[in-house]
Design a protein around this ligand. Structure first.
Ligand code: HAM
Length: 418
């Protein structure tokens, strides 16, 4: 037997209700906030990710699914969708529009990480990207959508952590100060962090190894080295969040694993999730459109991990049971009458089903129970001969006889008023 790939999961019908609820909530809120859907490909040329996410990030260094196309071009399954959205934004000249371009997307992402609870190799994101607006109000709008999404779903025990990485120009001076500090702690750092000191010293602050965290406890903070503009931007974002009464926690260590960020970065964690507790994250990336060949365009966005959202979703947020009508028909006259009834119910948009293998009332009733039907329409030969059906309420067990010709419309009314 061929099995699925490690870290790549099937989402089975019993789990899909939770996914659909999350996706419908995301879509509805994104549209309420003025975002429009974009669908970008799941694979792109490798260089797009290397140039945007950063050559010395974990994602690009060791997590990408990269392969050669038949003509030798290096292609990569997208590890995230910001890069593809930016490429599409530039390629289709969306910047020509006089209004800000606010885009949202859903879809699978691919990272070759060590699989564990909440960390997969194929996982799914809902994300938004707002292009063209440098105002702190755009950061606040995006964060407020993220916060509202999680609150609407009723996710418990969330923390919004926020930081500013400053502008690109603030970074070199800070890196030098940080490096000086890290050199004094080098012996206590893990192998990976010692390597990062040369390639990407900011990432040392983000290391989860307890010894590294202890060693960098007193590290200089980037927020103490911000340019006046970056400081003012950050302060305005924090005031904006306070105005909307969105609680946040300043986290000067929040540097994120992607290199394109400037100014605001943020992450929402859920304390119920164990090690992989970030349910959503994002930030501003004012330099990325230009880096990828477009004109200078400010942008800010986030992505939510849908698997982690499913894990954190409280049981009570499950969709209400369906209003399924089961049709139990049998006998030479009853069976065809039942099939017509099924066809009619479905034409009215009513969720209706049967089990074509069942040929007795008993077998049908068993299946109706298993499928959780709210009503069962029974049509045997006797009923077909009398042009009627029996409708059984599966909860109260009450039965009524109804004329065959008006049953479907009757049931539609009944479901609408239930
Ligand atoms: P990210 O932090 O890499 O950011 O991913 C966002 C979210 O995706 C994480 O908070 C987590 O919930 C989920 N996630 C990431 N990796 C995995 C995995 N291996 N398994 C399960 N879930 C995972 C980005 O992807 C940026 N593109 C976000 C962004 C949009 N920034 C600006 N715009």
């Amino acid at each position: 037997m061929i099995r699925g790939i490690k870290g790549v999961k099937d989402i089975l019908p019993d789990e899909v209700g939770r996914w659909q609820l999350i996706e419908a909530t995301a879509r509805r809120l994104a549209e309420v906030y003025g975002f429009r859907e974009i669908r970008v490909p799941v694979f792109e040329v490798t260089d797009l990710f290397a140039r945007s996410i950063g050559a010395s990030t974990d994602i690009v260094e060791k997590e990408m699914y990269t392969f050669q196309d038949r003509d030798g071009t290096s292609l990569t399954l997208r590890p995230e969708a910001t890069a593809g959205s930016v490429r599409a934004y530039i390629e289709h000249n969306l910047s020509a529009s006089p209004t800000a371009q606010k885009l949202y997307y859903f879809g699978p992402m691919f990272r070759h990480e060590r699989p564990q609870a909440g960390r997969l190799r194929q996982f799914h994101q809902f994300g938004v990207e707002a292009f063209g607006c440098a105002e702190p109000a755009a950061d606040v709008e995006v964060i407020s959508l993220l916060w509202r999404f999680f609150s609407t779903l009723g996710l418990p025990d969330l923390t919004l952590e926020i930081n500013s990485l400053g502008e690109a120009g603030d970074r070199p001076a800070y890196k030098a100060v940080l490096l000086e500090f890290l050199k004094t702690r080098e012996a206590q750092l893990c192998q990976n962090c010692r390597r990062r000191m040369a390639t990407n010293p900011l990432r040392v602050l983000d290391c989860k190894v307890p010894e590294c965290r202890a060693a960098t406890e007193g590290a200089p903070k980037l927020t103490d080295h911000l340019s006046p503009h970056a400081r003012a931007h950050f302060d305005a974002v924090l005031v904006g969040l306070q105005t909307l009464e969105i609680p946040f926690l300043l986290n000067p260590r929040l540097v994120r694993g992607l290199d394109y960020y400037t100014l605001t970065t943020f992450e929402v964690t859920c304390s119920h999730l164990g090690a992989q507790n970030a349910v959503g994250a994002g930030g501003r990336y004012d330099g990325l459109v230009e880096t990828l060949g477009g004109s200078k365009t400010p942008a800010v966005g986030f992505a939510v991990g849908l698997e982690r959202t499913v894990l954190a979703l409280p049981g009570a947020a499950l969709p209400t049971p369906s209003k399924l009508i089961y049709v139990a028909s049998f006998g030479p006259q009853g069976a065809p009458a039942g099939r017509r009834m099924l066809y009619e119910l479905r034409a009215l948009g009513i969720q209706a089903d049967t089990d074509h293998r069942a040929s007795t009332l008993k077998a049908h009733m068993k299946q109706a129970d298993r499928l959780g039907a709210s009503l069962t329409v029974i049509v045997g030969d006797d009923e077909a001969a009398k042009n009627c059906v029996i409708v059984r309420d599966m909860t109260s067990k009450e039965q009524v006889e109804l004329p065959l010709s008006t049953t479907a419309i009757n049931l539609q009314k009944r479901l609408n008023t239930a």
